[in-house]
Design a protein around this ligand. Structure first.
Ligand code: NAG
Ligand code: NAG
Ligand code: NAG
Ligand code: NAG
Ligand code: NAG
Ligand code: NAG
Ligand code: NAG
Ligand code: NAG
Ligand code: NAG
Length: 561
């Protein structure tokens, strides 16, 4: 790209420095990052679709290391995700400061059923501390990726979003109105703002508008090109938040698929937010995929890149594509591989990194009492394939090279056919790879089974447990590698693992025709009656411990395996 020699030298110096932030900054599926700085702390919200609680907010002081800080939606009154399919739910938050208060604008898509033709209406919640959030205010507009921007010059508040021109031709563009944040009403004209830089027709998707003011200019940063490999960031500027907009000469300012670099591992770079550090350095936070032999089991993760300014236009990463080997910034690199994560379920509440699916409206688990470790499930009729809320808790897969191990609680008696407790490498209700314990198929007694879901093909395998109860040391394992998931069991966390089945990781990164999968892989603990209520004579089931072990993650810059 249009790059000056000085910038090349500067980038080289960054690369050679002993310090540096490495991408992704928030590993595991965390798309649509929106970042806001509060003093010397950064807060970053991402999409969570049908996961509950909804819309995680991470916090960092150094931009390299992030902790889960809060969730914006923790009460069903805020986001009623009952029955939403994979790929629907709550998307694309934007954090902003309006009248000294934090706002998060977002949207919920209840379903994308083509018959229902339900399109999302936008809403926002507010908070004084980014931890406890209000009930939503619903905006007048319908569309995707809403953001609120308060003009520091006039204090007017604008709602910017991606919306259709009307309900007949549905040509999407960036739209705007001045809003009253308390009522959700447009108090100014609702009007088209910018159609982006690509040919404007019914397949165009100028999305994710983020507006900010810098010096005398207002900037409108958007994503374009759809959610797949053509995803990119483009920018325009104006002397007014209402336009007219002048597109940057170096658009797209962020696009790894450009310049013939579609062979890079990092792809789908876009949906960016631009911000400054207290020292005045600029960065963009954005989403990108790591492509592993063509597919991305971890979905879209959160990335960061340095920005320089030239003639009032931003240059991302010195105009160079984003590479995993690159590090930048003046901070200590993240620890790699990370320390193991262990949860012994020994606290009164579940660790906030565990999620349920959709909105839990029944009690699906409880923590073991009397000082004992463990989580006890209250299995219901639903399982991981149902578009409801099974007794399941899930953690995002955060490394392409790790093991997820879960030790079961011993049972007092055996499990009958269909009575199931186990773990899963989970992508959606249509794609999950399970290893679990249940009554055997076609024979008496209990079995450990694997069930692989590969599009319309389901592959089932079982081995006799040879025990009338679940023993206290039975541990189930998922070994996740870049190209595969392997399912196994051992007796004892450290016992020899019998690996039962392997499945290509591309099955955890795949949407069947007419479906969307916007998430990445998670690991689930689950129990289910498989369509039947859990019988009163069936034993209590659950887990005593989960361990995630991380290994070095040498993912190449180019998607060559
Ligand atoms: C964007 O396209 C729409 C629909 O074609 C059109 O009505 C609108 O005027 C365009 N907006 C701008 C800012 O050019
Ligand atoms: C929209 O324009 C793009 C680029 O010219 C083209 O590839 C695409 O087929 C068009 N879509 C429709 C529905 O016309
Ligand atoms: C990737 O593509 C670029 C641009 O086409 C090419 O120069 C480079 O050799 C390719 N790299 C690999 C590892 O295939
Ligand atoms: C990469 O994917 C292709 C199919 O697209 C498959 O044939 C090949 O075996 C895969 N490579 C590896 C190393 O798994
Ligand atoms: C990097 O950070 C250290 C410690 O905060 C500071 O002393 C140093 O001046 C910084 N260097 C640059 C180039 O900003
Ligand atoms: C159970 O028996 C049926 C009928 O013989 C057979 O089709 C099926 O493959 C068997 N399943 C297993 C897991 O053995
Ligand atoms: C149960 O016993 C059979 C026969 O000895 C053996 O093949 C199988 O591996 C045993 N199952 C387990 C879970 O160890
Ligand atoms: C399992 O191995 C790990 C690491 O080698 C060790 O820290 C742990 O104490 C062992 N656990 C048991 C139950 O032996
Ligand atoms: C994954 O970890 C294993 C065990 O440490 C190591 O041998 C392997 O090279 C790692 N794979 C990648 C892609 O980094």
């Amino acid at each position: 790209m249009r790059l000056l020699l000085g910038q090349v030298i500067l980038i080289q110096l960054w690369v050679l420095s002993a310090f540096g932030i490495k991408n992704p900054i928030i590993p595991g599926w965390n798309p649509d990052p929106s970042i806001i700085r509060a003093g010397d702390e950064y807060f970053l919200a991402t999409s969570s679709f049908e996961y509950w609680p909804s819309t995680p907010i991470y916090k960092s002081k150094d931009l390299a290391n992030w902790e889960l800080y809060s969730h914006a939606f923790t009460r069903p009154s805020q986001a009623q995700l009952y029955g939403v399919p994979t790929g629907a739910g709550t998307w694309a938050p934007t954090l902003s400061l309006v009248n000294g208060k934090y706002y998060m604008a977002t949207m919920t898509r209840w379903t994308y059923d083509p018959v229902a033709r339900v399109w999302p209406r936008v809403m926002w919640v507010s908070s004084h501390d980014l931890k406890t959030w209000s009930d939503p205010i619903w905006g007048d507009a319908w569309g995707i990726d809403p953001s609120l921007f308060q003009d520091p010059a006039t204090e007017k508040v604008y709602l910017n979003l991606m919306a259709p021109n009307n309900n007949i031709d549905r040509i999407w563009g960036i739209y705007q109105c001045e809003v009253d944040v308390d009522s959700g009403r447009c108090v100014g004209e609702y009007r088209p703002l910018w159609n982006g830089t690509l040919p404007h027709n019914s397949s165009a998707r100028p999305e994710g508008p983020k507006m900010f003011k810098r010096d005398q200019w207002y900037y409108l940063l958007i994503a374009e090109g759809g959610t797949d490999d053509l995803h990119r960031a483009s920018i325009a500027r104006s002397t007014s938040p209402e336009g007219p907009w002048e597109a940057a000469p170096n658009n797209p300012i962020l696009f790894n698929g450009a310049y013939g670099y579609d062979n890079l591992t990092v792809q789908s770079t876009g949906h960016a937010t631009l911000f400054d550090t207290p020292q005045g350095e600029s960065y963009v936070a954005f989403l990108a995929r790591r492509k592993i032999n063509g597919s991305s089991p971890l979905g879209r993760e959160t990335f960061l890149s340095p920005v320089q300014w030239k003639n009032g236009w931003p240059i991302v990463n010195g105009g160079e594509p984003i590479r995993l080997s690159q590090s930048f910034g003046n901070t200590t690199d993240q620890l790699s591989p990370r320390n193991a994560f262990t949860d012994s379920f020994d606290r009164a509440n579940l660790d906030p990194s565990w999620y349920q699916l959709r909105v839990p409206y029944t009690q699906n688990f409880m923590m073991k009492e009397d000082g004992a470790n463990g989580i006890i499930f209250k299995p219901n009729v639903f399982g991981l394939s149902d578009r409801d809320t099974p007794a399941a808790i899930l953690r995002k897969q955060t490394s392409l090279n790790m093991t997820f191990s879960a030790q079961l609680l011993p049972t007092k008696s055996g499990l009958g056919y269909g009575e199931t407790v186990g773990i899963s490498a989970y992508l959606s209700e249509l794609q999950h790879q399970d290893i679990a314990v249940s009554g055997c198929v076609n024979s008496t007694g209990m079995c450990i089974f694997t069930r692989l879901m590969m599009n319309s093909i389901t592959e089932y395998n079982q081995v006799k447990l040879n025990s009338s109860t679940i023993p206290s040391d039975l541990t189930l394992h998922i070994r996740a590698q870049p190209l595969s998931y392997t399912l196994g069991y051992s007796f004892g966390m450290n016992g020899t693992i019998d690996w039962m089945q392997e499945v290509s990781s591309s099955w955890l990164a795949f949407a069947p025709t007419n479906w969307f999968v916007f998430e990445g892989a998670s690991f689930a603990l689950f129990a289910t009656g498989t369509g039947q209520p859990w019988p009163p004579h069936a034993p209590e089931v659950g887990f005593s411990r989960v361990t995630e072990t991380f290994y070095e993650e040498n993912i190449p810059d180019y998607d060559k395996w």
